[in-house]
Design a protein around this ligand. Structure first.
Ligand code: AMP
Length: 295
């Protein structure tokens, strides 16, 4: 596995690998799979690399804590970083190239003059709580797509709104690639894996279980009462459950169509419905979600 820190080196290395593979893949072009990350890898990240390894000939992983997607009072400076460990884990999971650019390499001019703005679906959920976040995400992902030129790009459904935003961008800007959403990996007790879980104190970690419990409650209630429970009633049931954790400060509990993120009133619908939670424990903001009626 190779590690590259400059765009020029990475592009040359991918081009060379493609050229080598063309000799063996006689009837088709090598397929490039790509997975952008902020690093500090956990098994959730590795499951995406594993999926890319199964489906692609070349697997590229980027590790870049993108300042453009962090708000002024957010955790950009203290976001956990461990490039050495990440590189080892990415290699073990089957990555061919790890790209670890500096901020200067990605943004010779900061902030960049060109930004990618996806409207409407970024006004709600995390977009409402974190103004500018998805502009930062869409911009860096567009740049990374231009650098890597993947055929398939892998994203976790844990960040369901991010998947919706990237899919919209890819469609609207005619980017020649397929976005592959991947299931959320959880700890054995149900907590969704996240690099930010390391911030949690022992007590916060225990209480954070209310998120996955609330989603399970939502799944159970809609399985049995979809016709008789309104979205507002469900929201209120979830709020009551999350509020049993004294340290939980709810940012949002929201129920929307997916991926269009329109409000829903009833759960008796054939459309996919996203139940999304954002809850703070101390200074740590956790998100989790489930999608009902998935086709
Ligand atoms: P991040 O480093 O947090 O930006 O995550 C990189 C990618 O891994 C994103 O596409 C995330 O959605 C995905 N991811 C993060 N946590 C999980 C998880 N628990 N299960 C599956 N994918 C995840």
């Amino acid at each position: 596995m190779q590690v590259h820190t400059t765009i020029q080196q990475l592009r040359a290395a991918i081009a060379a690998r493609k050229q080598e593979l063309r000799a063996t893949l006689l009837d088709r072009e090598p397929r490039v799979g790509f997975m952008p990350t902020l690093g500090y890898m956990h098994a959730g990240h590795l499951s995406l690399i594993d999926r890319a390894r199964q489906e692609c000939d070349i697997v590229v992983v980027s590790i870049f804590v993108n300042p453009l997607q962090f708000g002024a009072n957010e955790d950009f400076d203290k976001y956990p970083r461990d490039n050495e460990r990440d590189t080892r884990l990415a290699a073990e999971a089957g990555a061919d190239f790890v790209f670890i650019p500096s901020v200067q390499e990605m943004y010779p001019q900061y902030p960049t003059k060109t930004k990618v703005v996806v409207n409407e679906i970024t006004d709600v959920l995390c977009g409402a709580s974190r103004p500018g976040h998805f502009e930062g995400v869409a911009t860096v992902v567009a740049k990374l797509f231009n650098i890597v030129q993947p055929d398939r790009a892998y994203f976790g459904q844990k960040d369901a709104q991010q998947v919706a935003v990237i899919e919209q961008m890819v469609q609207d800007l005619n980017m020649p690639l397929t976005v592959v959403p991947c299931p959320t990996l959880r700890e054995p007790d149900g907590l969704a894996m996240s690099s930010r879980n390391v911030y949690l104190s022992e007590e916060e970690r225990k209480q954070a279980l209310v998120l996955s419990q609330a989603l399970k409650l939502a799944e159970d209630l809609t399985a049995t009462h979809a016709g008789s429970i309104t979205a507002e009633e469900l929201r209120s049931r979830l709020e009551s459950h999350i509020s049993t954790a004294p340290l939980a400060v709810i940012d949002y509990i929201d129920i929307r169509t997916y991926p269009s993120l329109q409000p829903v009133e009833t759960l008796a619908t054939d459309q996919p419905v996203l139940i999304a939670l954002a809850v703070k424990f101390g200074r740590t903001r956790l998100i989790d979600n489930t999608i009902l009626n998935r086709r």
